[in-house]
Structures are given as C-alpha cells and as structure tokens.
Design a protein around this ligand. Structure first.
Ligand code: PHE
Length: 524
C-alpha cells in the first residue's frame, strides 16, 4: 500500500485504548501479581516503577516516534531511517561473526551457525535487522501467548459447564495439570484463541483493532474495579494488602532488578515493534508525549490494581500467595469458590483475563501482519491468514509440551544436541528466548538507534509535531504548572522560587500526605 493510503486510527482515544490494550495483558493480570509475590512485594513494585519511569517511558516514546515518522512496519521503518553506510551495525556484525567462530572452536555447532548467519544478515540488512528481530519476536511470543489465552477460554467453558468446583488447591492443581497436559484440550483452545485474533485483525485497523479495544478496555476496567471492591470488602483482606504492598528489601538482589526490567519491557509491549507498528497508524496531530504518558499510566495502574483484586481474596480464604504461575489458574478458582456466588466471580475474573489477553494478542499479530502487507505486498486478509496459520503451527509445539517433552521428544533432542539447551518444555524455551533475550536486546537497539544513529535532533523534530510542549517547555516550568505564565521564559533553564514551589505543592505534598495517611491507617 502506498504511504499516503496507509490506514489511520479513527480517533486519538481509539489509538490510546488500542495501545493500552496491547500493553495490558497476561503480563499485568497473570504475571505481575505472582512475580511481585515472589520478589519482595512492595520493594519489587518500587523497582518496577523506577524501570517503567526511567527506561519504559522513554523507549515507548521512541517507538511511537519512529512508527509515526516512517508510517511503516518495523522492518521498513528501520530501513527508511538508517544511514547509507551502517558502520556501527557492521562493527556489531563483525563482533557477532567472531563470536560465531569462537563458538565453533568450542564445538558449539548450533549456536556457532546461528551467530555466523546473524552476522551475515546484519551485513546485508544493516539496522533493519532490528525490525526483522521484532517481527520474529512477535511470532514467538504470540505462539505461546495464545496457548495461555486458550487455557483462559478453556476455563471459561469449564466454568459454564460447572466443572470448576474445587474445595482444595490440590484439586485445582490436578484439574489444571490434567487439562493443559491433554494435547487435544490445549491445542483446540489455542486454535480457538488464534481464530478470534485472526478475525479481529482481518477486520482491519478501525473496524477490528480499534473498535474492539474501545469496547473491551472499559469493560476490563469496570470488571477490575468490581473485583477489587469485592476483594477488599472481604473480612481478613488487610493481610493480603499488607503482603502485597509492604516492602521486603531483603529479597532484593541484582536478579530482582533484572526481572523487574524484563517485566517492564514485556508489560509495556516494548522492544519488538508492537508499539512502533501502532504508532505507524498515527497522524501528525497526535501528541506523542501525552499518549505515551496515558498508555504507561494505564498499564501501570492496571497491573497494580490486578494485585489488589487478587491478594486480599487469596489471604481472606487461606490461599498461598506464592503459588507462582499457577496463582491465577489454581488459587483463584479455589479461593473464589469459597465466596458467596463463587462461580460468578470466577467467571468474571477469567473473562477479564481473556479480554486482556485478546487485546494484547491482536497487537502481536498486527506486527507480523503489517510486515507482510508492507514488505510482501500481501492484502490484509492474506497477510493475517498466513501469519495466523504459521503462528498456530509454532504454537502447537508449546501447546503439547507444557508438562514435559513426552509428546515431542525429537524437539528436545535437537535442542540438546545443537544448542546444549535443557529446559522443561518448549513453552519455557519460547518464553525465555522472547522475554529475557529478544525484548531487552530489541529495546537496547531501538534506543541506540534513536539516540545515536537516527539522532535525537530528528526524533525531537518528529515529536514536536503534535506535542510542542515536549521540546519547548522547560521541565521545571512544566512540572510547576507555569507553562502559560509569560514571565517564565521557556528558552532558558528556569529554576525559580515559583517553579520550586509549584513542584513541591503539586508533587511532594500530596505524596507526603498519602504516606502519612497510609501510615496512620497502619498499611505501612
Ligand atoms: N504487554 C503484553 C502483556 O502485558 C504482552 C506483549 C508483549 C504484547 C509484547 C505485545 C508485545 O501481556
């Protein structure tokens, strides 16, 4: 499709809800609460918030800026903006090639070959390799994401059939393991989940992605609030809130910081071009900086709220908060079952997770689809169908291997022989590869590219369109709320008594009062 015919979002709100829909997903509702539970509660939350603020926010703005500037999918976007002579990329290519040779010397044939091929690709493609990496990553993430999405649909069906009726977590665990270990069950629901994604992405940007996000995101927020009110009004809920929010700094290690960072990438959909792709459907009027603020705030607030919806109930009904990944599938059905109208609340909970997963999954599918549409000139229908089917096929490996390698022993043999990689199942391999390696690496390259290769001067020029205050207004003046005061000259660094007062009155006092308040009621 020629550039001028590129589809655009129908409205600013539609775009923000779609991007927030991408960010808010299983990462917020399924992963964030248990990762917080395992890593020191409030202390982890603090580090996570710092990662969001210092790394997540700037990177999201960078992705949106690249997307809007180029109006292309990630591959085309980097190709458009990269310089003719990609010296830095070539240096990286040489380093990768040498590493490959070194790996051969140590008889690591699998990894050696991958590194050599990668080095050749970097030489040939320059910085657009970051775009290819993103598309590949979208493919890998969606392949296992849709398996979990499928379990959620499976649970909704089981709730409606009345089979989710557990007295103990042990029963819930047997049920969970029994079902996900049953290839027919997990493969069927994985395919059903993917069909839902394909249908939405195929319907197009406005009628599929934007419209569904505009309906589903408010529903998600509503359901979440209902669940929180239900949770914190239970007797005994306070212990859950204390566990969730009181910081235990003794649990913080270097690894915790890495987990927090990796999770920040995953949760904000950063590092693989999903946000870049959504940005490519924006016009110049959109305020990129304010959009970033809204998306990051929505994602963070919803993650924090999800913990608040879950932990009070878990504590009030004697569940274990450290149940890990099984928290949602095992603990929630058991503890909610003990409440009055339990099945209803379990249904609400799983429906909420389903919405969150679906709006994220469509953004992953859109990355692969848009790349096929732009690069291979496929129609939207053909691109969605082709990428959807390929992802379904890759996902089969995850779907049949969550409980071990019994169903696909040959894949394990290949992995061990070629890559010396021993992991519980294919699902873990895909998750680990994407979340712990590809996303952070992608994020790193996107920031290096924006900061040093394309250059902040050009990036700022793009950001300025639609959000002049981002580049023109002094931060102190802005924070102090004095942007419209003519005496505060935005050209100079203006740190005056007035700005200091403004910042204190707007930020410090409210935070201090809140802390004092929480202390008084005994929450900290
Ligand atoms: N952000 C989504 C979540 O929190 C996952 C995701 C990652 C979506 C990367 C798109 C791209 O679940």
């Amino acid at each position: 499709m020629p550039d001028n015919k590129r589809e655009h979002w129908g409205s600013s709100l539609g775009f923000i809800l779609a991007a927030a829909g991408s960010a808010v997903g299983l990462g917020n509702i399924w992963k964030f609460p248990y990762v917080t539970g395992e890593n020191g509660g409030g202390a982890f939350v603090l580090i996570y918030l710092l990662c969001i603020l210092l790394i997540g926010f700037p990177l999201m703005l960078a992705e949106l800026t690249i997307g809007r500037k180029t109006q292309k999918n990630p591959i085309g976007a980097f190709r458009d903006l990269m310089p003719k002579n990609c010296m830095v990329a070539h240096l990286i290519g040489i380093a990768v090639g040498f590493t490959g040779l070194l790996l051969f010397a140590f008889k690591q044939w699998g990894w050696g070959t991958i590194f050599i091929l990668l080095s050749v690709a970097i030489f040939k493609l320059g910085w657009s390799i970051v775009g290819y990496m993103g598309v590949f990553c979208g493919f890998v993430i969606l392949s296992f994401y849709s398996v979990v999405g499928g379990w959620v649909i499976g649970y909704i069906v089981e709730i409606l059939r009345g089979t989710i009726n557990f007295e103990t977590t042990a029963q819930a665990k047997d049920f969970f393991v029994g079902n996900i270990g049953n290839p027919v069950w997990s493969v069927s629901y994985h395919i059903i989940f993917m069909i839902a994604c394909i249908a939405l992405v195929m319907s197009g940007l406005k009628k599929g992605i934007e419209l569904s996000s505009k309906i589903l995101m408010p529903v998600l927020l509503g359901l979440l609030i209902i669940l929180i009110i239900r949770g914190i009004s239970l007797p005994g809920a306070k212990a859950g809130i204390t566990f969730y929010l009181s910081p235990d700094f003794s649990k913080i290690t270097g690894e915790t910081v890495l987990i927090a960072l990796g999770h920040a990438f995953f949760s904000l959909s950063l590092g693989m071009g999903a946000i870049l792709t959504y940005g490519s459907y924006l016009d110049k009027k959109q305020n990129l900086y304010k959009s970033t603020l809204s998306i990051v705030a929505l994602d963070t607030i919803i993650a924090l709220l999800a913990g608040l919806a879950m932990f009070p109930a878990v504590f009030a009904y004697g569940g274990s908060p450290e149940a890990g990944p099984g928290l949602v599938f095992q603990v929630i059905p058991t503890v909610f079952n003990k409440m009055p109208a339990g099945s209803f609340w379990i249904f609400v909970f799983f429906f909420l997770i389903f919405i969150a997963a679906l709006t994220s999954a469509i953004s992953l599918l859109e990355v692969v689809t848009s790349a096929m549409m732009d690069e291979l000139k496929f129609s939207r229908h053909l691109a969605t169908l082709t990428s959807g089917i390929l992802i379904i096929l890759l996902g089969l490996l995850s779907a049949v291997s969550v409980t071990g390698w019994e169903n696909i022993p040959w894949v394990e043999t290949v992995m061990v022989k070629l890559f010396n990689c021993k992991q519980g199942n294919f699902f873990d391999v895909a998750d680990n590869l994407a979340s712990n390696w590809l996303l952070p690496l992608g994020g790193m390259f996107i920031s290096i590219f924006t900061g040093w290769i394309w250059g902040t001067t050009y990036a700022i020029k793009e950001i300025r369109e639609g959000s002049p205050e981002f580049a023109n207004v002094n931060i102190f003046v802005l924070l102090a709320g004095l942007k419209d005061d003519p005496k505060h000259n935005p050209e100079k660094v203006t740190w005056t008594l007035a700005t200091t007062w403004g910042i204190f009155i707007r930020f410090l006092s409210p935070v201090a009062v809140t802390i004092a308040f929480l202390y008084t009621i005994g929450w900290i």
